[in-house]
Design a binder for this molecule. Structure first.
Ligand code: SF4
Length: 158
């Protein structure tokens, strides 16, 4: 390998590592799954160990954690939040409601989007109702692996 290629490869890996370990997130917080995000961010589970730091302003976030029900009325605003985030950006769909509408799926409610991936691209889906903090951490680790170029077959990563 030529020395130039070596440096490009090494810098690329370093950038991926830095991106994977500094996921600043913003969250929608519309339903009960948001409590689990707060729980995971608290002192017991301490998401900041993974470099995951909450941000209020989407323009300073590179990860959007979508929690809970997304109605058709809210969908344009969620898209606006996603569009305001700088690239490269990632989305984690948290819980059954964000993944597929959950108990508010279209067969039960006309007003709920049957999965947030109808509006914005999703990187990792975390199942559960609600997902435990361990599941959230598992989803974040899966996202870190995806950014680093690895993947796990049991997570639906696009
Ligand atoms: S998946 Fe369950 S816990 Fe999460 S927002 Fe929906 S109903 Fe609430």
């Amino acid at each position: 390998m030529k020395s130039g290629a070596f440096y490009v490869s090494t810098v690329g890996k370093l950038l991926k590592w830095a991106r994977a370990n500094s996921l600043w997130y913003t969250t929608t917080g519309s339903s009960c799954c948001a409590d689990e995000v707060l729980n995971a961010a608290g002192s017991r589970y301490d998401l900041e160990r993974f470099g995951c730091i909450p941000q209020v302003d989407p323009r300073q976030a590179d990860l959007l954690i979508v929690t809970g029900v997304v109605s058709y009325k809210v969908a344009p605003h969620l898209k606006a939040v996603y569009d305001a985030m700088p690239s490269p950006k990632h989305v984690l769909a948290l819980g059954a409601c964000a993944n597929c509408g959950g108990m508010f799926a279209p067969e039960y409610s006309y007003s709920v989007v049957p999965g947030v991936d109808r509006i914005i691209p999703v990187d990792v889906y975390v199942p559960g109702c609600p997902p435990r903090p361990e599941s959230i951490m598992n989803g974040l680790i899966a996202l870190q692996e995806k950014i680093n170029g690895n993947s796990r077959p049991h997570f639906k990563a696009q």
